[in-house]
Structure formats: C-alpha cells, structure tokens
Write a protein that binds this ligand. Sequence first.
Ligand SMILES: Cc1cc2nc3c(=O)[nH]c(=O)nc-3n(C[C@H](O)[C@H](O)[C@H](O)COP(=O)(O)OP(=O)(O)OC[C@H]3O[C@@H](n4cnc5c(N)ncnc54)[C@H](O)[C@@H]3O)c2cc1C
Length: 379
Amino acid sequence: MNFAFTEQQDAIRESVAKLSADLLAPRYRQRETDGRIEREIVEMLGEMGCLGGELPEEFGGSGLDCVTSGVIIEEIARGDFNVGYLPLLASLNGQIIAHHARPELAQEWLSGITAGQKICCIALTEPHGGSDAANLKLKASRQGEHFVLNGEKTSISMADQSDVAVVFARTGSQEQRAGGISAFLVPMDLDGITTSRFEDSGQQAIGRGSIFFDNVAVPADHMLGDEGQGFKQVMQGFDYSRALIGLQCLAVAQQSLDETWQWLTEREAFGQPLAAFQGLTHPLAEYQTFVQAARLQCYYALWLKDHDRPHTTEAAMCKWWGPKLAFDVVKQCLLAHGHTGYGEDLPFAQRLRDVMGLQIGDGTAQIMKNIIARQSVPR
Ligand SMILES: Cc1cc2nc3c(=O)[nH]c(=O)nc-3n(C[C@H](O)[C@H](O)[C@H](O)COP(=O)(O)OP(=O)(O)OC[C@H]3O[C@@H](n4cnc5c(N)ncnc54)[C@H](O)[C@@H]3O)c2cc1C
C-alpha cells in the first residue's frame, strides 16, 4: 500500500489551492448573489488543466489520472463549493462523451469543455421521479436523419448556464425500462429548447432548473453509444462522479474544521481560549477523524477506477457518507462560532445550504445504500 501523493499531485494541489484561496474563496458569497459562475473563472480553470484532466489528450485532457482529478476538485471546493461543479460536470460528462460519442463529435465538444469555453450539464431526472431513473419518459422518435425529442427534464444543475447537455431519452418502449433508453449530446441552442430556474435554498451560483423539449430535432449522429445503451453508460459515469462528489463535500468540511480550530485559539470565554473546553474540541476531534476516513474512502474509489477495478460499491459509500458528514461537520463548526457563525459574514450558513443539495443530487443516500446492500447481501 502507498498512501503518498506523487510529487506532481502535490505540485498540482499547491497551485490549485493558491488559485482557490486567492480567486475563488473571496467571491463565494458574491456568486450566490449573482446566481452564476463567471465565464472567466471557467476559462481560467480550463487553461490550468483543471477540467477533465483525466480525459485523453486528443480531447483536451492533460493525461492525468482520476486520483489527481480528485485532488483538483478538493482544492477548488475548499475555496468555493459551487465552482467544484465545473470539474465534476467536465469529468462526468467528459467520460461519457469521450467513450461513446463519434470521434469528430467528441473532438468538437470536448475541446471546448476542457478549455472552459463550454459547459455541459447532465439531464436524467424527470418530474415524475429521479430515483427510478430507468422509468424515464422523455421521448426520442426517429425521423429520417434526426431524433425528435419531446418532454421535460427537471432538477438539472446549470440548466440555464450550459451550452450542451447529455440527455437521456426513451427510444424504445416503456416496458423495456433501462433497455429502451438512449443518450444524446444535445446543443442547448437547438430550436424547441427552453429552460426554467428553481428557487432553491442553496447552490445559487449553479442553479437548478427544468429543460423543456418541444419537437427538438437532434441529428441522429449525436447519439452517444448504441441505441438502448444510454442507461448503462450513465451508471458507469456516476461511479466516478460519486467519488468526486464525496471529495467536493469533504473539502468544505475540512476547510470549516481548519477555520474552527483556529477560531478556538482566538476566542476566549471564562478567561480561557475556547480550545481549553473539551465540550468544543472533542466533537471537532471526532469529525476530524471521520473526515479523514471518508476522504481516504474517496481516494480509494478513484484509485480503483485508475486501476480498472470494480468500484460501484466503494463509490456509493463516498456518495452517501461524504455529503452527510460534510453537512454535520459544517453545522458543528457554525455552532462553535456562536452568534457570528449564524450570520452571513462567515461562510458556514451558505456552506450548509450548498452541501445539503448533494445529499439528494446524483442519487440519494437511500439509493446509495440500496446499491451497497445489493452487492453485500449473500445470494
Ligand atoms: C442539488 C441537486 C442537483 C441535482 N442535479 C441534477 C442534475 O444535474 N441532473 C439530473 O438529472 N438530476 C439532478 N438532480 C436530481 C436528483 O438526481 C434527484 O433529485 C434524485 O435522484 C432523487 O430523485 P427525486 O428527487 O425525484 O426523488 P424520488 O425518486 O421521488 O424519491 C423521494 C424520496 O424517496 C426515496 N426513495 C425512492 N426510492 C427509494 C427506494 N427504493 N428505497 C428507499 N428510498 C427510496 C428517495 O431516497 C427520496 O428520499 C439534482 C438534485 C439536486 C437536489
């Protein structure tokens, strides 16, 4: 076993951490107010090789491994959790496009995504339910050289900031369930596409919304992979994104812990620094332990992916534990800051609102536990 990061990974961590502290953290709150992420930031991340770095170099990747992509998302999310969505979406969608699009189509879009010039969202969930994704209804009907899409996707992150979407649609019958689903790469400026934005409690800089498809003609060669294979493709991609999401959330937890340990040395009560009171230090010590363990679990899942080993169960563990733990940690850190922690001058309240969303997005804890149980119950 080797728990050390490589020299290259340490160097990447250092440079992304600096960018995150200098440019991302100071505008974390402002991006919430603006309801968007500045395109200059997206382009800067692209220029630094932070978007889809593990993708093949012919598609704009930097030849990195998935563990290094974990390092990048962790450091970005330390400064601004929401900006962490950019490497997450680039990696999740990038893998699907790189593996399943025609090479020319992949080339056309991935070079823009990895350069930070294009944003790609993923559109799976529908109004009638997200957990039972194999039951989706958005219809794609073949008409000559096109598939015509009709229906609604909902709860889509960055729906109104994206240039292109990976969309899952039904090309077969409802009874075929997963086997009747295909994936398409859909430019968001096609005729018949409109979007809406929800009023959410958190992740305002990302924004969630619906995408409506009204007779949208998508070229048939924009299908990703084979007809009826879309569902299988997305599930494979989610194994990767779940480990990244764990790190994205745990980074916020670790940043909050670091700030709170410092605060305990600065604030005094009853003539002593708060650090003298075990009622404050012991909960933080427990959370420090849990965060370290959960973080190792995420890097383990990424290491398994890098070594082409199965990691569905390990990734599901990252996805339910990371966001829940991060929420609990941030809450404890907010409380340790007393009345100032509750205010918006400090980032804890926003962090709570933001990380909570990923207890649902990309699959809920119950669904993750179903996956773990399915693999664990002896047959
Ligand atoms: C912040 C955020 C970002 C998101 N981003 C995207 C995105 O970019 N793209 C996208 O396609 N979707 C996205 N989603 C949607 C998300 O994937 C779904 O919300 C999620 O899969 C759950 O679906 P649902 O909300 O329809 O809940 P439902 O499926 O209706 O479930 C409701 C409740 O029942 C529980 N439940 C359902 N079935 C079972 C079962 N078998 N056993 C135990 N419990 C069960 C669920 O865990 C949940 O608590 C996002 C959601 C959020 C909150």
